[in-house]
Design a binder for this molecule. Sequence first.
Ligand SMILES: [Zn+2]
Length: 83
Amino acid sequence: MERYYKVYFYSRSSPHELFVETITVRVGDDIFEEANKLKRTGYYIGSIFEFLLPSIENCRACQEEQPNQLAHMEPGGCLYSPE
Ligand SMILES: [Zn+2]
């Protein structure tokens, strides 16, 4: 099973500069090792958040055949939108 993470990298010289990468981690992978591969010179890893891809496979409400649309909009749900 794959897990998905957003990694926030911050600039050492300017606290307002950052970039974000999405990484995919398989069982047994070291998340910091994967994140380090994406690190640019002068940046450090600020924070790492796991997120669930919106899909029917990940949607608990779909699996439970919930008629309530809101239940499909929770994190990991097929209608989930992070914004
Ligand atoms: Zn659903």
